[in-house]
Design a protein around this ligand. Sequence first.
Ligand code: PMP
Length: 354
Amino acid sequence: MSRFFSEKFSRLTPYVPGEQPKDMKYVKLNTNESPFPPSEAVVAAATEAIRHGELYSDPECLAVRRALAERYGVSVDEVIVSNGSDEVLNFAFMAFCDDDHPAAFPDITYGFYSVFAEANRVPYRRIPLRDDFTVDPGDYMGIPETVFLANPNAPTGIALPLESIRAIVESNPDRVTVVDEAYVDFGGESAVSLIHDCPNLLVTGTFSKSRSLAGARLGFAFGQRDLIRDLDTLRNSTNPYNVNRMTIAAGAASLAEDERNRKNCAVIMENRDYAAGKLEEMGFVLTDSRANFLFASHPKLDGGELYRSLKRRGILVRHWDSERIRQYVRITVGSREQMNALLSVVQTVLEDET
Ligand code: PMP
């Protein structure tokens, strides 16, 4: 830290993204990316867009907002787009939380929430998941905080039904509830349909997982006009060109072929169920994941050891050395070949180390 770094950030512990090692070629199952590259149409749209790279991007991002509005049945002023959904989640902490409106989220959830809270100096409360890692909706009813819920949750993959989300949102009419649907396209139920009934609901999503565009950085949020306007005030006060030309074009092109994305999600869900079944046969305990990853532990293997053994053998998964989930690893669901590579290495580890 330099002596110039502001005191207000001096105790900030930044979010640690999944590792991207370059020392060898790994089967990369650690950051929940899609195994499918974007289509030729998406690549062509982004390529065409850079031809006008001397010009700023559209600060209103209309091409992709219109496409999102049409796809999700909302109006254009009920959607905002962002540089990955991380950016709009940060805007939500900035917009809807302060000393009088602290944040609340599960003790086991997306690790960035606590970082956004700390960076924005927002007090927060972590609400423990039940022993089986499910959210108890009752814990979030009528509470004084702004609620952040990933649904499906990460890294557990467990989803709450829409009716529970509705009950939570309706029980806190004076606070915003943010539902982070980064993984919803792999079997969750989206809450977008509730935004017209619920003025205090913000639903965020991303092109990073189900739409094969993690590297393009494109996120979005839906909510009633006033909520979106608040977020837009912050966007325009930080970076009005937050989404670049190539990404706007790629996002719009991707929405034009949403059927293809849906088919890719169906393949990933099949691969998830296939890999889950095989891991269970090997003695693993798994959560009921509705996301593009599995959350797995084995009674005879330490989670950290498993992570390191897999890495040594060329398979990268994610492990957190934190109390309740130390025994688990999170495995991104990729192609059938990647899943078979994982399963065969796991088998070897089990033979060698148990
Ligand atoms: N929410 C959750 C639950 C996530 O796991 C992620 C991915 N790390 C994000 C949001 C952010 O994704 P992105 O910024 O790529 O849209």
